[in-house]
Structure formats: structure tokens, C-alpha cells
Ligand binder design. Sequence first.
Ligand code: FAD
Length: 384
Amino acid sequence: MSTETQKYTRNNPYQSTMLVNYVMTDKDSEKETRHIELSLEPGMTYTPGDAVGILPENRESEVADVLSALGYKGDERVLDHYKVEISLEEALRTRLAIGKLTRGSVNSYAKIAPETTKGLDFLKGLAGADNKSKAEEYVWGREFFDLITEHPGGITQPQQLFTVLQRLTPRMYSIASSQAKATDTVHTTVRVVRYHTHNRDRQGLCSGHLGERADVGVTMPIFLHANQNFRLPEDTNAPVIMVGPGTGIAPFRSYLQHRQAEGHKGDNWLFFGEQRRASDFLYREELEGMHADGFLTRLDTAFSRDQAHKIYVQDKMRENSAELFAWLERGAYFYICGDATRMAKDVETALLDSIANGKDCSPEHAQEYLSEMKKQKRYQLDVY
Ligand SMILES: Cc1cc2nc3c(=O)[nH]c(=O)nc-3n(C[C@H](O)[C@H](O)[C@H](O)COP(=O)(O)OP(=O)(O)OC[C@H]3O[C@@H](n4cnc5c(N)ncnc54)[C@H](O)[C@@H]3O)c2cc1C
């Protein structure tokens, strides 16, 4: 990444314009995944594997609900984190995390709340390491609004919100484009988080913003974030194997665009997975097109809900175990992107099994083979 890029950081973001924002998943899908394109200033550069940081704003309706629950109008003056005076409305919209409640916020609220606060004993009883699981249970699926409506009376000065609430933080998204093709734009693939808990419809702070309040033409503060641990091989002839189910496809779209535009000769193998082929096959036309013209050497898909028994990317790897191992022996680089909680572990297990089968060796020796790949930077993860 050039030094020019560093001009814009999370504390000094670039005001980017939304150029493209559409839903890729079909209306029958259980998910809402969007393709987003944001403008860059000439000179802002990124490398495939990098991420873009986006600074979201809280929903106006959410801000209004909090103001009304606290009995404020919004024009009260407060000092932000840099001691700059702003209105309380602006603070709640752009500076403070009023979404997802944290244990820390509940503790701070209980500490400053006057004795008259409803249910104060209950809130105080959630403090301390011994009560962690009780506190986790309380905050699950709740937001700040729930705390102040279930236990009203705790906030007596608007400025106290800066003690109770965490700072609004940017969210990172893997970049889904290559500047070899999209010079002055950055693309991302965003799954919009929506759920219903404690009788209220909720949405993720940033993905909700992108899903609802980020029409083409609006501006959003962004910055580019380098990820040196997720890089295409320097040897352009080296084969790459990419496992990217769901939004994990994003950096591999970037890799493929890049390799194609730059004329890299190495083979490309992509494993993609989602729930249903008909409604959830992200970038289907592009990927099938690249596969049809031979650039994407192999495209293996796993749609878990298209048949009675669930099939995942790791099952597709197992089906193709011998060939997978042959690619590794040819020096292939192996990449995983997407869900960290389960997918990445299952894919690693399937990879180790392929190595053990291919080499006809023990699990310990397969681990050593993988460790060697890691040393050579041939095994890289971008999981979240
Ligand atoms: C390096 C990196 C790359 C990433 N790349 C991508 C990407 O390419 N595409 C992408 O979509 N995301 C990506 N992410 C994730 C992304 O940064 C955000 O975390 C994600 O969009 C959610 O943020 P949000 O602000 O919308 O939701 P938040 O406001 O942060 O809310 C999410 C939280 O809501 C709660 N929640 C969610 N569902 C439920 C439920 N059903 N019940 C109760 N609580 C629930 C959970 O506590 C969850 O942690 C990446 C993350 C990292 C670190």
C-alpha cells in the first residue's frame, strides 16, 4: 500500500461516495447480502487481500428512541471524545455505540445511577467476574435502549453517556475488487445483520446502515486497511486454492480480478458455499463466466440446503481430496476467508485429512506438512 493511502485513517477517514449498492441474494433467500462500490480519491491504493473500514452512523429512529427514553430533546450540548462541543443528538448518532449492549456499559450505568433507579440492585448484582455469565445472559440480544427503558432513571446528565457507552467503532470489510480493474473504486460484499430479540427488530450497526440508509450518492467515511497476511503468491505461476463460503467470497473476487487483469498464469481453484444455489450464489455470472472461459480452473460449490443432507465446502474438499493434494504438491497456496467460529476449523480439518490421505501419513505428519506450508506463507486465513 502506498504512503499516499495512509493520508486517510480511521481517525481521519475519507468521505467516500456510494456508487453502487444492490442486494445480490434473491428475495427467497434467508440472507440479505449486498454488493457495494465506494469511490476513492485518486492516489488511494489497496492490494488484493486488504480490507476497507467503514464508519457507520446509528439509525435516526434508534437515536430518537434513546433521546425520548432519557427525556432529552437532542439539542443539549456535550463534549465528544476530543472535547469538541456537539449536540447530544449528533453524539448519539455518530460517536456513541447505542447498539449491542456490553457488560461494561451495564456496570458503568449501575455505578453512576442514583438509588432511585428502577431495579438497581439487579444491575449491581451483574457486576464482578463471578457474575459474568449472568451479565452475559442479560446483555444478549439487548441494546442500550432496553437498559434505559427496563431500568429508567440512571442517567442524570447527558455527558454521562460518554462514561457509560463505548465509542462507535468502524467495521472492517474484505475488499472484493482489484485496482487492476476498478481503479478509483473499492468493492465489498456485505451481509446485512437483522434479528428480532426482546420484542424489537434489530439490525447490525454498519451492515444495517449499508442495507438501509446508504443509497447511491450518499457519502460515508472510510479508510483502507492493509493485510500483509493475506496476499497472492509473488510467483504469478503458482496455483491458488481459495475457500470462501458466504461473504468469504469477497477477497477471492479481488484475487481473481487481479490475476485475470494482470495475466497471471497460475491455476485458480475456488470453493464457494451458501444455503441455496437459486437464491444465494453470490457473483454467480462472473464466476461461472471465468470458469467457462478456463481462467477459473476449478469451481466447486456446496449449497447446504439444496438436498436433504447438508453439504458444505469441506465436504467438497473431501470429495476432491486426491486432486487437492496434487495441487498442494505442485506448490499451491491455500486461502480461507469467512466464518471463524466453525467453517475455518472444519476446512482446516478437511485439508489435514487430504494431506494425510495423499501422503498416506499420520495426523502428526499432516500437521508438520501444514506447518511447513504456513512457514512458506502458503496457508493464509482472513476469518472473522
Ligand atoms: C477483517 C474482517 C473482514 C470482514 N469482512 C467482512 C465481509 O467481507 N463481509 C461482511 O459482511 N462482514 C465482514 N466482516 C464482519 C463485519 O466487520 C461486521 O462485523 C459485520 O458486518 C457486523 O457488523 P454490524 O455493525 O452490522 O453489526 P453489529 O452492530 O456489530 O452487531 C453484530 C452483533 O449483533 C448480535 N447479533 C447478531 N445476530 C444476532 C441474533 N440473531 N441474536 C442476537 N444477537 C445477534 C451479535 O452480538 C453480533 O456480534 C469482517 C470482519 C473483519 C474483522
